[in-house]
Design a protein around this ligand. Sequence first.
Ligand code: FAD
Length: 697
Amino acid sequence: MCCDSKRRFLLLYATQKGQAKAIAEEIWQQAGAHGLEADMHCISEMDKYNLETEKDPVVIVISTTGTGEPPDSARKFVKKIQDTALPPDHFAHLQYGLLGLGDSEYMFFCNGGKTVDRRLQELGARHFYDTGLADDCVGLELVVDPWIDGLWLALKEALLLQKEKEGMNNVVNAVTNSLAPHVVHELNLSSEVHNLKLEDEGARSSDVLSQKLGDINLVVPARNTEPSLVNSVPPVSQSALNIPALPPEYIEVQFQGTHGKNPHLSSLISEETTFEVPVTKAVQLTREDAVKTALLLELDISDTVFDYQPGDAFCVVCPNNANEVEELLHILGLSEKGDDFVCVKVKQGTKKKGASRPQHIPERSTLKFILTWCLEIRAVPKKAFLRALVECTSDAGEKRRLQELCSRQGASDYMRFIRDSHVCFLDLLHAFPSCKPSLNLLIEHLPKLQARSYSVSSSNLYQPGKLCFVFNIVELPSCPSRPISRKGVCTGWLAEFVAPLLHPNKNTLDAKGESFSTEKISIFPRPNNTFHLPADPSVPFMMVGPGTGISPFIGFLQHRQKLREEHTDWEFGETWLFFGCRHQDRDYLFKQLRCFLENGTLTHLKVCFSRDSSTAEVAPPKYVQDIIRLYAKEVARVLLEEKGCFYICGDKKHMADGVSDAVVDILSMEMESDRLEAMKILAMLREEKRYLQDVWS
Ligand code: FAD
């Protein structure tokens, strides 16, 4: 795209789930208001830009995926810049600003961004603006919003510098003149705002624009002194508000009657081939009185080419809850149209740059298909969505509250009452009953319904043609913003799906009296490149997997048992498993671990029960990190002397960090060094792929 070179900057985004792209689009949109022109491209479109010759400032927005890798769309780019033959001044001409997105719940926070940033620096590129690292765990906007706010001044300075360097004094003057009003605008923005201000150039001339502070008190009568999702208190209720720009609508829907056929689910999965496989077995691993219910499902993959290694994960394609879809149809006033086909197109004349139909929405499918399989209707609405919903809300009080929740002044209310409370779109529609959005808004703002990942809990050697996995049914309790409790989207659906297998009746029993099912689910692979058994079977290893984190280790042990049976002449290293759960008799998921111990596959099994009471004089360890500390010498021996491997799987927040802390303490104690030195050793172990984590939140 051709831009005015005096105001142009190159804007690249590398996105996995669309967030980096949405943020880049926000930057693109705001650029106009600052007198600048963003030449925006996906980082994968390497034929549309050329960093080797780029003179203008470059802005990069990049997310992180998997275990700290850049998104798929950035792979080629990263490979290219990582070419070791490139000289250290390769990008000496380049000035750039980078915004990394990540989630601190995962290992290697923002590593996609950090990798690109580090490499650009190594190749001589310079920052014109400090790197921002936004954390989805606490809210991307906490970093993204101020980062974008500060970007404009930095960009203008970078542009001026660039032109000065080129000795184009006449151009410099022109730029200075043309930009001056915007610089003034920038200063105004950071000063206190006294009137309700829409930063939206294209905002409709609605009642919002003419709403003055005085009016606001009229539409929000002093009701309750306690703030809530729907109720605000001073100072927010009395503040003038900075509200984000109204995102331009860009989707058009057309209802076309009930004739036709929905697309196949596999067409929604861009990444991989999907496989439809029957669920052949379901076992509840926990007792009825356990706090969490864990299920093991067995899939029959024998009729497919699906292949896996123990340690791999795979994805389950899941639908939204059918009742929630009905509820949504009802609220949208579209109950009668659920089975009608909808044709989805880009709106003619939309102001959205590069508008295209989201890839996860078919061009033609029924309304129910879109709401059931394509849109994450449980997603926590982003501020841009709230901003759009303001326009569809008729009640003045509700409208004002929605404005507050997407405004800068209401940022902490947004965090508290929406993000931290996991309020989803449906909850919002209940709380703001006069809000009646149109279908196109849902398609524009709700993200793709993601398939959920699960670790394989079996070995293809031990159970050919089968794939097992284990999961907890996620329970989401009710709260003030949401009067009803819910189950996790995927785990709730799977639990319902396999209920006939769990509670068989005469229709679900075969001739041998065993329950059977021909019902299929769609899965696709999500291979893990590193979380595998050591290639050399003589290498000792330790596994830490409390709760459902034990899942991949069952696959490891099954595999190892089979190898031992088939290769009696091989040398096998010692194996350790640290497992923990709440109660020995309620949620000890795999009691058959004893069998692995008895047949020698497992050398050491160490278990702990966090909620069982004990009469022992010395209290037994509660958590896996506590037992690991008891075996400090062995951990140090396996890791340092015998060059063994250490695997951790399961909950990131409550367990994996605790285990890493314990390992650092052990290393520091056993090496008689300080913690910093021990942390370096741990970093080295990670680098050597001998300290491996497969964690989720
Ligand atoms: P969702 O509906 O997606 O909810 C998930 C989480 O979102 C909740 O736990 C909660 O933290 C939050 N949340 C959503 N709504 C609310 C709300 N209203 N109130 C409070 N919190 C809310 N899981 C396993 O059980 N076993 C595995 O082997 C396994 N392996 C994995 C491997 C990988 C590589 C990854 C990335 C994840 C793995 N997971 C595993 C996690 C799994 O993918 C799912 O995240 C999990 O099963 C929940 O899915 P769900 O759709 O049922 O829940």
